[in-house]
Write a protein that binds this ligand. Sequence first.
Ligand code: GUN
Ligand code: ZN
Length: 438
Amino acid sequence: MSSIILLRGRTLSFLRWPESIDDHAAWRYEEDGGLLIRDGRIIAAGAYAQVEKQAGEGVEKIDHRPHLLLPGFIDAHGHFPQMQVIASYGAELLDWLNKYTFPEETKFANAQHGRRIARLFLNEMVRHGTTTVAAYCSVHKASAEAFFAESHDRNMLNIAGKVMMDRNAPDGVLDTPQSGYDDSKALIAEWHGKGRQHYAITPRFAITSSPEQLEMAGALCREHPDLHMQTHLSENHAEIAFTQELYPWSRDYTDVYEHYGLLGKRSLFGHCIHLSEREADALSGSGSVAVFCPTSNLFLGSGLFDYQRYRTRDKALRIAAATDVGGGTNYSMLRTMDEGYKVIALNGEKLNPFQSFWQLTRGNAEALSVAEKVGTLDEGTDADIVVLDANATPAMRLRMETVGSLAEELFLLQTLGDDRTVREVYVAGRPAKRDMAA
Ligand code: GUN
Ligand code: ZN
């Protein structure tokens, strides 16, 4: 039997990058909007009065006025096995990995532990309004199985992969070039394209992969050109120096990945903070994506991602934004863009609120090459939707008394908002936050 619901609220969805806060043609906003959803897809969107006419009799109506309905947020980079790493004190990247992260990830050899944490991780995503995440699992095949099983059960569109890492870490989190390849291959066969699941080939970074392993990762990319590839790049100076020692022939850090055929339109590079012009050109030329992780970059003292320079340079970079939990310090993409705004401000630039919300939705969907399915409220796309309340807390309510425009309301949501701001979340048309509370 087909299920059909009609949502009512203030709908906002982007058509392209908003050049300024007056660039109204870049978004579609309906003060009294309607979204008609059948079997998990948006089949009509627009003014409520129009959409209601198409709905017919007996449709379940859910009135979210005066709240905002936006496409569910997209998080382009996070580590599900790091939920118990968040808030680990006082280390920069390489020490943080050795002291906290690698030991924690050894626990994911246990499938039950993986399933429990995958469940709690996706709960947090949904509670914070995120309906799609590009996730790193641990090195263990079982951790990716746990993540995909949990994601599939919820009918979420997620991208994930088993981390490949065969050196410079404790034995409990190492694979080998062959086992990393074989496990990835088996996971691709089992999960990629099952329901809404996407597999990402996931060599952790150059330091923890031998040349043989990066070779194997490149082979996987050639064998599966429709898959994502995700890794870390140019996050921290000590990391860059160590990579240069390990790959002495390379022109720079990016060249290592380039050499093994890992650049491309579906390649997601976390951090990209300290890139040379040559590296930025190489990423741009290949259509690779630089993933901005502001809370993580500040927390680990890694540096300031130069968003506006990358975006506006002659050979522009494709950019996504992400939490990078558990180097990142919050599950919320609102908190993430608030910190992102500050990082961009430290670089002498500003990101206006429409640009921020574009990034969280359509921008990240385009960067992840999934905009045909998610990231907008367009007819024919999947009904992944977040309901936002700018009056969610006393402090927000008070500030709302002086807010006079949609731009100001969005900026307030970003600056003071968090999970309390998220009133409901629809995953493929199902009210997922309410269901979770039940
Ligand atoms: N580089 C390699 N692994 C990681 C990780 O888990 N987190 C972050 N922030 N950087 C990394
Ligand atoms: Zn990361």
